[in-house]
Design a protein around this ligand. Structure first.
Ligand code: ZN
Ligand code: ZN
Length: 392
């Protein structure tokens, strides 16, 4: 497949791999990507991009126009790492204990930089404007949403947008495209149950938030079983339940946190509404009161059919039919490029990082994961082809 790689991108491979390994060794968590975004901005400036810093706190946009064409395209990479203690023992392993590029965002940033260098060179011909979007805080907080709220698409209008994610368990350098609802919505729901504490020997003089909570947890399971139509995707997981410190004390309150996932906006609304109703009625039936907070919400990621077909066709044209996987399945994971896809038509696709048991075949968010440098030139060449073929 190497003959599908753009020669100028192949020439800069070593330089970009060095950047990727530097980023890997120096990971920064969500909204703390100061060093990373500074490196990105300096590289882009050196290649002649007009660079805007500090959009969405640490986000960077590099813009470049050629010709007098009016078309514009946005390409996005994420820059943040995860709060994980790395266990790879690689020479470029994280130098910061408890922080790690375990999702390959170091690789995504490097892929977009490799594309950026070529796009700015005289070898790359296009007619229009390209906006390279380096976003912070994909793993938490929602950096894409922050950038949009600071006028991302008003300041940098994009007709269409694209982003990729490396994917372990998929063969190295193979593309996965999916039209429609591809990644789940995610909401964190925190429920606080307020009872009335007292002596464990005299429950009749208390309102027990633990019993209330136990009943609530079981009732919440009925939402997926009894309210969501069979055949739809939905998850209601109670991930934490905290209450009490002694066997003979009935506590005042109990707190639980849920993650709620779905593949359709209307199912997401249904799940949230039923959680609110069941929590309210269950708490009251036990004499308690309840409070609900919803945060860290990511919408369903919806790939535009036309843009996805365009990208798939282009991948087949340049990399061959074999380079494009016949099918990839929607995922219950979530991805905040979904916010950008609510604003502009586009597509989010997968790039195989290596099959299980082979190089790159350790799952993301695992302490043993590493991004596979072999796919940098593939991803960068494809990003460049998207620009050249849309902005004609
Ligand atoms: Zn991740
Ligand atoms: Zn990721």
């Amino acid at each position: 497949m190497s003959d599908c790689i753009i020669p100028e991108i192949k020439e800069s491979e070593e330089e970009i791999i060095a950047i990727r390994r530097y980023l890997h060794a120096n990971p920064e968590l969500s909204l703390e990507e100061f060093n990373t975004s500074n490196l990105v901005a300096r590289q882009l400036e050196g290649w002649g991009y007009q660079v805007t810093r500090d959009i969405g706190k640490t986000g960077v946009v590099g813009s470049l126009s050629k010709g007098d064409g009016k078309k514009s395209i946005g390409l996005r990479a994420d820059m943040d790492a995860l709060p994980i203690l790395e266990a790879t023992n690689l020479p470029w392993a994280s130098t910061v204990p408890g922080k790690m590029h375990a999702c390959g965002h170091d690789g995504h940033t490097s892929i977009l930089l490799a594309a950026a260098k070529y796009i700015a060179s005289d070898s790359c011909q296009f007619n229009g404007t390209v906006h390279l979007i380096f976003q912070p805080a994909e793993e938490a907080i929602g950096g894409a949403d922050l950038m949009i709220k600071e006028g991302l698409f008003d300041r940098f209008p994009c007709d269409r947008i694209f982003a990729l994610h490396n994917m372990p368990y998929l063969p190295t350098g193979k593309f996965g495209f999916y039209e429609g609802n591809f990644m789940a919505s995610a909401d964190t729901v925190k429920i606080t149950l307020q009872g009335y504490g007292g002596h464990g020997a005299h429950p009749e003089r208390t309102v027990d938030p633990i019993v209330t909570g136990a009943a609530l947890i079981m009732s919440l399971q009925s939402i997926v079983a009894r309210n969501v139509p069979p055949g739809e995707t939905a998850v209601v997981t109670v991930g934490t339940f905290q209450a009490g410190i002694a066997s003979n004390v009935i506590p005042d309150s109990a707190v639980m946190e849920l993650t709620v996932r779905s593949m359709k906006p209307e199912i997401r609304e249904l799940l949230i509404r039923r959680i609110q109703e069941i929590t309210d009625f269950t708490a009251r039936s036990y004499g308690a009161t309840s409070e609900i907070e919803i945060y860290d919400s990511y919408p369903v990621l919806v790939n535009d059919a036309e843009q996805t077909a365009f990208a798939r066709q282009l991948a087949i044209e340049f990399f061959g039919q074999d380079a494009v996987l016949d099918s990839v399945s929607p995922s219950n994971g979530s991805e905040d490029f979904a916010f950008m896809l609510q604003q502009r038509p586009g597509s989010y696709f997968l790039l195989g990082n290596g099959e299980k048991g082979e190089k790159g075949g350790c799952m993301v968010h695992n302490p043993g994961y590493d991004f596979n440098d072999e796919i940098i030139t593939t991803g960068a060449s494809f990003f460049a082809r998207l620009v050249e073929n849309y902005c004609r």
